[in-house]
Write a protein that binds this ligand. Sequence first.
Ligand SMILES: [Zn+2]
Length: 280
Amino acid sequence: MFKHELRFGPAGMPIGCKGKTLVEGIEYVSKEGLNAFEVEFVRGVRIKKEIAIEARKISEEKNVLLSCHGPYYINCCSPLKEKQNITMRNILQTAEAAALLGAYTIVFHPGYYQKQTPEKAFDNALEILKEALRKMKEKKIKNVFLGLETVGKKSQFGGLDENIELCKKLGLQNARVVVDFAHILARGDIILKTKEDYEEIFSRLRKGLGAEVLKQLHCHFSGIVFSEKGERHHVPIGNIPPFKPLAELISEKKYNLTIISESPFLDRDALKMKRIVEGI
Ligand SMILES: [Zn+2]
């Protein structure tokens, strides 16, 4: 069992790391003073069993908490059988890899509305995810949460409130909301400027799911460029959204978040955020 604490880490291989392997990446992150690492499977799940086992050993030794980002091909809302099969396969493959790695959560964007009502998209997602949980149980995959990431585009299903509702239906022992702050801002869900704006997110989570969700809440942070339609792309940490008010809140309320830097500066920006919190 990992230690509940405030954690920072990169989404994928740290930029200064000369080594190419996952084990070297985890060691590098630890040496930098970080304690989380998101393994990126965004273009498909590929990892050898021996490598996953070795990575797990190192991550436990160094107290680097792992998580796995699932492929972009996941769309839990699609009414099409073929798309549902692709979604199921990708969720299960990510969960299997996570179980081998000892990662506490997988992370994925729940889906797209396409031409459906939000209610229909919700029902479809719930069905697929229940089925995924049944299959995970069959495969004896334990201690891996389905992490429903808050999405950044208005065409995507998976706003903060939708993910809270989905999580409630799936059960906290199975699913968690992954808070991507930049996405919440870009989608227009909550304007993030002040400490109170950030607290609104935690307060909705607490109200919807109970204080338990804040125990080691998995989060993404980066700067973001967006339009009317929502997210365009991630940029280095700056003022949109501002990290400082969140840092103040973390230090005031002692929130044990896992903050994964999805900025192009990955570990460098993870360290920057860590120092901002430490400097308060
Ligand atoms: Zn994200």
